[in-house]
Design a protein around this ligand. Structure first.
Ligand SMILES: Cc1cc2nc3c(=O)[nH]c(=O)nc-3n(C[C@H](O)[C@H](O)[C@H](O)COP(=O)(O)O)c2cc1C
Length: 207
């Protein structure tokens, strides 16, 4: 029997909560995977401002309802203070971890290997186990510190995937721009190879 793919999706306090919402909605719709969902307190604050939702990061139901609109099958919320969760251990296989959006603060802490909360620890585990870690950073302009932190994590094996939509697919709506970035993330996760644009179009918000 084919083993289910296991993913970790960590939402941090950079602008772009909509990217996290869309990625989770697509993963929920695709199904057949296990998703560990993490959210920092700053991410909840940004979600309030950008998505207009009230989220209590101590309450998994509130996180899922606020971010995704429902509690999808296969999703499990992990409180970021719970450094004893399975994903904090290298013996628990996670095929890919995505930090979306990834704040400069979280990037810096991953680059320095602090492991002080579950997001930082789980990211560190992906690097030490030579597994897929995708950081959807969002900041502009960038300080040299941010640039050097990106170089550090890239050297350690992470994929730095800036939330930087292209325009060659002639986007017409904000959803088109969001799907461009989420499509790139799905490709890095090993999902939707070569067909993400068409499939994403069919996975509408109301599904
Ligand atoms: C509305 C809002 C937008 C923000 N946008 C960004 C951003 O785009 N990039 C960034 O690095 N930080 C941004 N921040 C600042 C981070 O939220 C802040 O540095 C926070 O401490 C990050 O914490 P975390 O990494 O634990 O999520 C934003 C904060 C707010 C309230």
């Amino acid at each position: 029997m084919k083993e289910k793919k296991v993913f970790t999706v960590a939402v941090t306090g950079a602008s772009g909560a909509v990217y996290a919402r869309r990625l989770c909605q697509v993963l929920a719709k695709l199904g057949g995977t296990r998703v560990h969902l993490l959210m920092s307190d700053a991410a909840a604050r940004v979600a309030r401002e950008e998505l207009g939702v009230e989220i209590d990061t101590a309450d998994g139901r509130s996180v899922m309802k606020g971010l995704i609109g429902k509690e999808p099958k296969g999703f499990r919320y992990e409180a970021h203070a719970n450094i004893g969760a399975g994903i904090a251990s290298g013996s628990y296989r996670v095929d890919a971890m995505v930090v979306i959006p990834c704040s400069m603060g979280t990037l810096g802490r991953i680059a320095s290997g602090t492991g002080a909360n579950l997001i930082e620890r789980a990211a560190d585990v992906q690097l030490k186990e030579r597994r897929n870690l995708i950081l959807v950073v969002r900041e502009t302009p960038l300080s040299l510190i941010g640039i050097e932190n990106m170089a550090t994590v890239a050297r350690a094996g992470a994929c730095v995937l800036p939330a930087m939509p292209g325009f060659y697919h002639l986007p017409r709506t904000m959803e088109d721009l969001v799907d461009f970035v989420v499509g790139k993330v799905l490709l890095q996760m090993g999902l939707e190879q070569g067909m993400f644009k068409r499939r994403l179009k069919r996975i509408g918000e109301g599904d």
